[in-house]
Design a protein around this ligand. Sequence first.
Ligand code: FES
Length: 125
Amino acid sequence: MPRRIVVGVAGELAPGERKLAFIDGRSIVLFNLDGTLHAIDNACPHNGAALAGGRLEGCMLRCPAHGLRFDVRTGCMAGRGGLKVTTFTVAIVDSKVVVSLDEPHAPTEQARDATPYQETERCKA
Ligand code: FES
């Protein structure tokens, strides 16, 4: 059973904003993409760089170290590289932002079917 950790309060992140949360020695980045919260591990799967400072282009986050891009919604890398950043389920519970740990978040049907970014369609998470 995943552990659910409160990392903030509902409404504290406006669309386009992000926030770092430190939980049990782990660094997680929360993003508000068009009103929906997403959480990813702050470590790039390529070489471990912190993703929190990466440039966000729509739903794609560019790693500041070497420029690989990951879909914040699914964790999938753009293209066919096969790398995937760990994502976590985020929920609003009693006006608090809750992240579920221990059970990486699988891409939702909605995220897999999203079409604004072609990279998502090529993701083989
Ligand atoms: S460490 Fe992120 S692209 Fe290399």
